[in-house]
Ligand binder design. Structure first.
Ligand SMILES: Cc1cc2nc3c(=O)[nH]c(=O)nc-3n(C[C@H](O)[C@H](O)[C@H](O)COP(=O)(O)OP(=O)(O)OC[C@H]3O[C@@H](n4cnc5c(N)ncnc54)[C@H](O)[C@@H]3O)c2cc1C
Length: 291
């Protein structure tokens, strides 16, 4: 299958890419790793007349510590995220999740910014970003703005990034001592996309009380969402097995679980509850100093 013909642009700066977007408007698409866009173009689900390739734009890739956050450039590949020593030491769940994406080819070319801007309802990273409470740095003709994760995912493959804007950076807060996070998914056997995926991020105090809980779920509906019922069931509680199970039982509450080719809404709700329990247990183990 071949895509429809298009013109190809290689801007040398973010400003140049933004001015191309402003000029070409709806006829243009940004190209990052191409591992979602190119398949869609081959299937003719997307037929942009212009592709604006971000791969030669300097400064969009890389991982650095900045104050209390780790900043991930949008063009950082899944493999760079997976293998980052900084992330593995400070926020290992981000590396873990990147390592669960697709296969080596997908991870070598696909980018974290492309994945988050594309907002596939079965993508892994959105759940992790929700649980960790990240911020997105978006640049357009009017300058830079910052969007909190709860305002970022708008709907099926829709985000807060405007048609004439570029996602440039994701800022992940470094959790305090006593924190741990884990992402678990039930992968589709062929693509490895999440049939469902759950990320739990917890902070516990010296007495074992949960002082902060973030839980994100993906795969279940049209977009990744915060599992507010689970979070409410964890925060302020001593996390014994009964509390964990009661919280995890709320994993599908308030989530618009959709039946699809992978399973019924009941089946996916069940998977959500099971994976929520396992993710909370693993996150708690890490918060208490486990690996
Ligand atoms: C076989 C296969 C298996 C996969 N398995 C998984 C999986 O298990 N889990 C998972 O999460 N994903 C999976 N993916 C998707 C993969 O992670 C993609 O790489 C990712 O979704 C898109 O990233 P990309 O860099 O390839 O973006 P592209 O395909 O280049 O772009 C995707 C969309 O985002 C836009 N875009 C890209 N970058 C930006 C930016 N900086 N600012 C604004 N808009 C931007 C593009 O215009 C386009 O609309 C799989 C893909 C394939 C082909």
């Amino acid at each position: 299958m071949y895509p429809a013909s298009f013109d190809y642009h290689t801007p040398g700066s973010v400003q140049e890419a933004i001015s191309l977007l402003g000029k070409l408007r709806d006829d243009a698409k940004l190209l990052a790793g191409g591992h979602s866009l190119i398949p869609m173009m081959k299937l003719r689900l997307a037929q942009p007349k212009h592709l604006i390739d971000l791969r030669k734009v300097p400064g969009l890739a890389g991982i650095r510590e900045d104050g209390g956050s780790i900043a991930l450039g949008a063009m950082t590949t899944h493999w760079q995220v997976e293998s980052s020593k900084l992330l593995q030491a400070k926020i290992p769940v981000v590396s873990d999740a990147a390592g669960m994406i697709g296969d080596p080819q997908v991870r070598n070319l696909g980018t974290i910014g492309g994945s988050l801007a594309h907002a596939d309802p079965a993508a892994d990273m959105p759940a992790v970003m929700i649980a960790l409470g990240v911020e997105f740095v978006i640049e357009g003709a009017r300058g830079r703005r910052t969007v909190k994760v709860d305002d970022f995912f708008k709907g099926l493959m829709m985000t807060a990034v405007g048609p004439d804007e570029i996602l440039v950076e994701i800022r992940v807060p470094v959790p305090p001592a006593g924190s741990g996070a884990a992402y678990l998914k039930f992968p589709h056997p062929a693509s490895r996309f999440a049939v469902v995926g759950v990320c739990a991020a917890l902070t516990v105090d010296g007495k074992g009380i949960c002082t902060k809980a973030g839980v994100g779920v993906t795969g279940a509906g049209t977009k990744a969402v915060r599992a507010k019922g689970v979070e409410a069931g964890l925060a302020g509680k001593a996390l014994d097995q009964a509390a964990i199970e009661a919280a995890a039982a709320k994993a599908a509450d308030g989530v618009d679980v959709q039946a699809d080719l992978q399973g019924s809404a009941e089946y996916k709700s069940h998977l959500l509850r099971v994976h929520a329990r396992r993710a909370i247990e693993a996150a708690l183990g890490r918060a208490k100093g486990g690996k």
